[in-house]
Design a protein around this ligand. Structure first.
Ligand code: MG
Ligand code: MG
Length: 261
């Protein structure tokens, strides 16, 4: 996956449509996140919503992944498989979702609080979201991939958190994972130059404790080595001059969350 596919405006329009549908799907799911619900129930809601909107769940069957959502609980970073265990008050659940529509993928992640979570966890979620925004702020034509990684790493580590290195953001288009890789760590001014027409998924994965991760026995779930919680937020972004265009949106989700409180 080394060739970069630069997108036309028409293609970017289609990726935006897919990306927005993922945000709306996660908003539909968000309505149902509460203690007692299972991630398999949430997965079903997501799959139905995507199919009702004439799209295909992007993860289901891809690399043989068994579900529509990746549902990663507490110390799970990413790639968790939905299951029958009820969520508990104080948990966090990271949901990552993709859709394929009109031949193009959208890919969005958001970490949700279940019931009332600790102040420490609230800080982890806030900082991870800030890392994503700081990365988007420097994702402009002429800057380098390393500028994105630096922005995430610097903000996370300044706050005492660990940055996962084994998993990275990526180009996005007709394939879910295209070149280039978009690491969440790096040096300013280093790496590939960002150019107009590139569409990338930026997705910081930030750990409350050490940055190290291990793979669970299930062969999918990536968990923190120290068992502390991890957060994950993801947007799809088109590289432009001066300011990145965020193609996806967390606003649908946050509208639901604000109405819950
Ligand atoms: Mg994703
Ligand atoms: Mg992704």
């Amino acid at each position: 996956m080394s060739k970069i596919f630069y997108k036309t405006e028409e293609e970017i329009d289609l990726i935006r449509e897919s990306s927005l549908l993922v945000g709306k799907t996660l908003a539909e799911v968000a309505k149902n996140i509460k203690p007692g619900v299972t991630t398999l129930e949430l997965d079903k809601i997501a799959e139905e919503y995507i199919r009702d909107n004439n799209a295909i769940p992007g993860f289901l069957g891809l690399y043989d992944f068994p579900n529509t959502l990746c549902a990663s609980l507490n110390s799970a970073v990413v790639h968790g498989i939905p299951n029958n265990k009820p969520l508990k008050d104080g948990d966090i659940i990271s949901l990552d979702c993709g859709v394929l529509k009109n031949g193009f993928y959208g890919d969005v992640a958001y970490t949700f609080e279940v019931g009332e979570v600790s102040e420490e966890i609230k800080k982890l979620l806030r900082v991870t979201k800030e890392c994503l925004q700081k990365a988007i702020d420097v994702a402009i034509a002429g800057n380098r991939i390393g500028d994105i990684g630096y922005a995430v790493q610097h903000h996370a580590e300044t706050n005492g958190f660990g940055v996962v290195r084994e998993l990275v953001g990526h180009g996005l288009g007709r394939d879910l994972h295209e070149a280039p890789e978009v690491p969440n760590f790096g040096k300013r001014g280093n790496g590939l130059t960002l150019r107009e027409g590139m569409v990338i998924a930026i997705e910081p994965m930030i750990n409350m404790g050490v940055r190290n991760v291990v793979q669970d026995k299930d062969g999918w779930t990536i968990v923190t080595k120290d068992g502390k919680p991890s957060a994950h937020f993801e947007h799809d972004v088109a590289i432009r001059k001066g300011k990145a265009e965020v193609l996806s949106s967390h606003e649908f989700i946050e509208e639901v969350l604000n109405n819950k409180n």
